[in-house]
Design a protein around this ligand. Structure first.
Ligand code: GLY
Length: 420
């Protein structure tokens, strides 16, 4: 197959690596890609959020499938445009992608579909804000309604900080004040053809910058999969997955279909698990980053078949995805200054050394290859992924890889997957 992937992060590199591992070879194009992706695919300098440019590229290159990596192209209507031209696309239309693009929309869909989640108040003014903060009390959960690159959420017991965060985001649009949900976080992804919800394997993402879940929220500083801790309440992974499929994913897909906006693509369910109680904290409309970097190395069945069948509406015709029982742990290396203003242009060394270690793979996000070597070009720069029989083995491999890589000011967490 000839497959066009849109995006330039570690998620898109992980997707390209997974497609590249399949028994039947594919021709991979990535727009625009990064330095690591350029080693496994042809990179094309096309803006991934430009519907006309992406559709023209898909037609010119006669691709069999377009896979949309990040959320911005989805909300810009890229999947709509590609689909209208008759090219199969893995990624929802703009209307269905509002599940990620508007937290208020997602809450409304969950309410209509009877999906368990925390309560939320839409806030448009400072007076609404004060009333909502006082009604809910600490800890406060404040979220920007729209896309915010992981920076729109603040969870704090400090009322003044919650208020200041909300007032900043109110300048750009509505804000939600949500109920705080206690428990452990898990991400579970469902591939959907608009009708069916086909689950992948659970993963856990670490969103705060610092060890012990301290510091500001980020796009994600690490992840691991599978999650042995789910067995405590659910007995096994399959029971948890089936619970979420029935209580969360299928009702949401049914609701979107009933509203005339079927969801074709990846439904990312961000969950809080408290004993056997599971509640939704957020949805995304695409593969998660860094969860994808630890999920796809465990996938043993062909990713291309799954994504193409979803795009064509024929998921009932493919076998359920198969995952290795082995574990994968991913540790993100970020630039100094991230998640604020990242320091750019720092020279990175040791990537080949780390990548050459057994059971270690270095997945690129913000990297560019120059005459001076590999340079960091953004906030999250690399994900170092270790695999092994257990989470502890995989974690040891990942941190061996991290120890080989250097760039000035690099930040990473040292406690990813410490509590499997
Ligand atoms: N891991 C969080 C996200 O992909 O949004």
């Amino acid at each position: 197959m000839r497959i066009l992937i849109l995006g330039s992060g570690a998620r898109e590199h992980a997707i390209a690596l997974a497609l590249g591992r399949e028994a039947v070879p594919h021709e991979l194009l990535v727009a625009p890609g990064n330095a690591g992706i350029a080693d496994v695919a042809r990179t094309v300098p096309v803006e991934p959020s430009d519907p006309a440019a992406v559709s023209a590229l898909a037609l010119d290159e006669a691709v069999d499938l377009v896979v949309v990596g990040p959320e911005a192209p989805l909300l810009a209507g890229v999947a709509d445009a590609v689909r209208e031209r008759g090219v199969p696309v893995f990624g929802p239309d703009r209307d269905a992608a509002r599940l990620e693009g508007s937290k208020a929309f997602a809450k409304r869909i969950m309410a209509d579909a009877g999906v368990p989640t925390g309560t939320a108040t839409d806030v448009l003014t400072a007076a609404d804000l004060d009333a909502a903060l006082d009604a809910g009390g600490a800890p406060y959960v404040v979220k920007a309604d729209g896309l915010a690159a992981g920076k729109g959420v603040l969870v704090t017991s400090d009322r003044a900080a919650a208020r200041a965060h909300a007032l900043t985001w109110l300048e750009q649009g509505p804000v939600l004040v949500e109920q705080f949900l206690a428990g452990r976080e898990a991400s579970l992804f469902f591939v959907s053809d608009g009708v069916r919800a086909v689950p992948l394997s659970p993963a856990q993402d670490f969103k705060r910058l610092g060890d012990g879940d301290t510091g500001p929220n980020t796009g994600g500083m690490g992840a691991f999969s599978p999650l042995p801790w789910l067995d405590d309440a659910f007995g096994d992974e399959a029971s948890f997955v089936e619970h979420v499929r029935i209580r969360v994913a299928q009702p949401v897909l049914d609701r979107l279909s009933a509203e005339g906006t079927p969801f074709v693509g990846l439904l990312y369910c961000g969950l809080v698990v408290d004993g056997a109680e599971v509640r939704v904290i957020e949805f995304n409309a695409r593969f998660g980053d860094p969860e994808t970097q630890v999920l796809l190395p465990r996938l043993e069945s062909p990713l291309s078949e799954l994504l193409l069948s979803a795009a064509r509406g024929t998921l009932d015709a493919v076998p359920a995805p198969r995952f290795s029982p082995d574990a994968a742990v991913g540790v993100v290396l970020a630039s100094a200054g991230y998640p604020g203003e990242p320091a750019l242009g720092r020279r990175i060394t040791g990537v080949e050394d780390a990548d050459g270690l057994p059971d270690v793979s270095v997945v690129h996000a913000a990297t560019v290859a120059t005459e001076d070597g590999l340079l960091a070009s953004g906030g999250r720069v690399l994900t170092v992924v270790g695999t092994g029989r257990t989470v502890a083995d995989a974690r040891a491999r990942a941190y061996e890889g991290v120890a080989r890589i250097r760039f000035e000011g690099a930040q990473w967490r040292s406690d990813i997957a410490e509590r499997p």
